[in-house]
Design a protein. Structure first.
Length: 325
């Protein structure tokens, strides 16, 4: 979906004044009224923050074009949509929006030093924190029902159910992002920790069940899986790998905040953990594009150069049409 790089100044008996990207405490000037600074409190421990910013720069260069291309392809294929396309489109839109905020983040870090701009940018961090895990969970739910409960899935194919679920996710996202922007709520960061733990558990269990069901559903007397199911199996396996790579670091690190010194947690653990989460804004659209037999709007030669490894892997399996939804 960059957390809490620097939000509020704590009182004189507290820890250093600024929190790294995505902390949610409000900025309240103390008696000395120091000028707003990005690295205040982490001046000697900036490596983690710079690592997170480098990841966000990658999202600008790769993530924004990839997400816009995903949106264009979904619109192009709207006459033959997959049931999870609406979730993919919403996820790509939110990731593209988050990427467009990165130049403003850099300007504010090194030029403007504005508390007001930072308050606005915290909203984009709240959007990334919530929309990514929730929409990815919706995609997992859609595929879980399709594979494990195909009869029920046939009765729930109407788009109104997915529109309603998307509206719920948007409501939760904007509520969380607004609360993050306002700040000052006690133990607010634990909301994100609980959310990421719950969604990570759900996605792993959901995708694991799908893989088990697909592996089990071989044709009678056949050792090989049906090409369509094999393609779906590889798709879900790749998604599971992304979920583990992007979400496991914050899941593994954040619940153990009390075991770190406050400075180390704020200046190293949080930025690095959120960097793994933020890179999903580029990884998710790239995985989607790599699954396509043909990428619209791009020359075939360009696609072959960019996806040589992916094409080689696809040539090993019989061609199939769109994966089952």
């Amino acid at each position: 979906m960059a957390e809490n790089m620097f939000s509020s100044t704590l009182n004189s008996t507290s820890l250093p004044t600024q929190l790294p990207l995505n902390t949610t405490t409000d900025f309240t000037p103390n008696a000395t009224a120091k000028p707003f600074s990005v690295f205040d409190g982490c001046e000697l421990l900036v490596e983690g923050i710079l690592f997170d910013l480098a990841i966000q720069s990658f999202n600008v260069i790769v993530g924004i074009p990839a997400n816009l291309l995903v949106i264009a392809i979904l619109i192009h294929n709207r006459k033959e949509p997959s049931t999870s396309d609406i979730f993919l489109g919403c996820l790509a839109f939110m990731d593209a929006y988050f990427g467009t905020m990165v130049p403003l983040i850099f300007l504010n870090l090194y030029h403007w030093h504005s508390k007001e701009v930072w308050s606005a940018l915290k909203f984009s961090y709240g959007v990334k924190d919530t929309s990514g895990p929730l929409f990815l969970s919706c995609i997992c739910l859609d595929r879980f029902v399709a594979v494990v409960f195909p009869v029920a899935f046939g009765q729930l194919k109407d788009i109104k159910y997915r529109l309603g679920l998307s509206a719920l996710v948007f409501s939760l996202t904007f509520a969380y992002a607004s609360a993050k922007t306002v700040g000052g709520l006690p133990n607010f960061e634990k909301v994100f920790t609980g959310e990421i733990l719950a969604t990570f558990t759900w996605m792993v269990v959901c995708n694991g069940t799908i893989l088990w069901a697909l592996k089990k559903s071989r044709g009678t007397g056949k050792d090989e899986m049906h090409p369509m199911k094999k393609k779906a199996f590889k798709l879900v396996l790749s998604i599971l790998g992304i979920i583990v790579c992007n979400y496991l670091p914050p899941v593994a690190l954040f619940p153990f905040e009390d075991y770190y010194t406050p400075d180390v947690f704020r200046c190293y653990v949080q930025p690095v953990g959120f960097a793994f989460l933020n890179i999903s804004s580029s990884i998710q659209p790239l995985v989607y594009l790599s699954r396509l037999e043909k990428v619209p709007f791009l020359p075939e030669a360009c696609v072959k150069r960019c996806c040589t490894c992916v094409k080689a892997e696809k040539n090993k399996t019989p061609p199939a049409q769109n994966p089952p939804t």
